[in-house]
Design a protein. Structure first.
Length: 339
């Protein structure tokens, strides 16, 4: 079968009896053409089915209207970030393409390569470790970090105040009479893990409670979505085998929370009667669960919006924005009551 030739700019100009420059002006909303000419050109475009070759335009401009978003896993938190990004992209006529690194640095760098080859206008990245080893970073295709920071490169960062959020959650459990509080963290080394552990330790230190490393479990292990759910599950199982198990558990991301709740359900431990519990990231199902879960809520949508603003600032004026947004502790039934 012979494929029909794709209509070109020349075809539109010929059919509308105008120059190629006039068609280009109409497509780019320039005021040079008369209202009648604009109407005629648009009618021809519709009739013959002309559409712009965005790849060719990207090559000519040196960039596309695409923004790349690379996230480490399929946590619903990153879906909310994507919503915020898409909302703000409308102001800049950008579109978003999304990929997951599954906590693999090799895959992360391959994805950056792929996006650069597509001449994206910028990349928003939640990095998989505390350093960024990618060698081709340049301001031509700016990178904005979201949720996580790195130590070795100065880039715009939009993050949450993890230390304060986790301090408040741990203090709530302490006020409710708990001294053995299990903490489930994601991959060791990433900035969010370090900061959330710091908030937990700060709260225990404020009550002169000694840190028990057996109560601090890492459930991420750098291996992505399913591994974190499994890691949350195994963390609870490990802690409940201790001679003196925890009386409260704090899971510091949504995937770890799902795994932890699965384990507690298997062990037939009632929340909050047998085990007080605080999780991370607020989603609608948590309000209809029994009990309703106390949650550290991140401003994911706002983080996405601010990442686009930071990207635009970095592109237009080389301004490196660093923003830390507050976390909200939403107290419901699962953490028990203050004693």
């Amino acid at each position: 079968m012979i494929q029909k030739k794709r209509p070109t700019l020349y075809d539109v100009a010929k059919e509308a009896n105008v120059s190629i420059a006039t068609v280009s002006n109409v497509l780019n909303n320039k005021a040079e053409a008369s209202e009648e000419t604009v109407k005629r050109v648009n009618q021809v475009i519709k009739q013959i089915g002309y559409s712009r070759n965005e790849s060719a335009r990207s090559l000519k401009r040196g960039e596309s209207k695409l923004i790349g978003l690379i996230v480490p896993d399929n946590n619903p938190f990153f879906t909310e970030i994507l919503d915020g990004i898409q909302h703000e992209c409308e102001y800049y006529d950008w579109q978003v393409v999304v990929a997951t690194s599954e906590e693999s640095e090799k895959r992360q760098n391959q994805l950056i390569d792929l996006l650069l080859a597509q001449q994206v206008s910028g990349i928003i990245l939640a990095p998989v470790s505390d350093t960024l080893s990618y060698p081709k970073i340049s301001k031509k295709t700016p990178i904005v970090l979201i949720d996580r920071e790195v130590e070795n490169v100065t880039l715009p960062v939009i993050k949450a105040d993890n230390v304060d959020g986790c301090y408040k959650a741990t203090k709530t459990l302490l006020r409710n009479g708990h001294k053995r509080i299990g903490l489930i963290l994601a991959s060791p080394g990433i900035s969010t893990t370090v900061q959330r552990r710091h908030g937990y330790v700060e709260a225990l230190n404020s009550q002169n409670i000694q840190i028990d490393e057996d109560l601090i479990q890492f459930g991420g292990n750098y291996t992505g979505t399913k591994a974190q759910i499994d890691g949350g599950y195994q963390a609870v199982m490990n802690m409940m085998k201790l001679t003196s198990p925890p009386t409260a558990i704090f899971a510091t991301n949504h995937l770890l929370m799902i795994g932890a709740l699965k384990a507690l359900n298997e062990l037939k431990l009632n929340i909050p009667k047998d085990m007080s519990f605080i999780g991370f990231d607020d989603h609608p199902w948590q309000e209809i669960s029994t009990p309703k879960f106390t949650i550290v809520s991140q401003p994911a949508f706002e983080m996405g919006k601010q990442a686009i603003h930071a990207l635009h600032k970095y592109k237009s004026s080389n301004e490196t924005i660093k923003t830390s947004l507050p976390l909200q502790l939403i107290i419901r039934e699962s953490c028990g009551t203050e004693k």
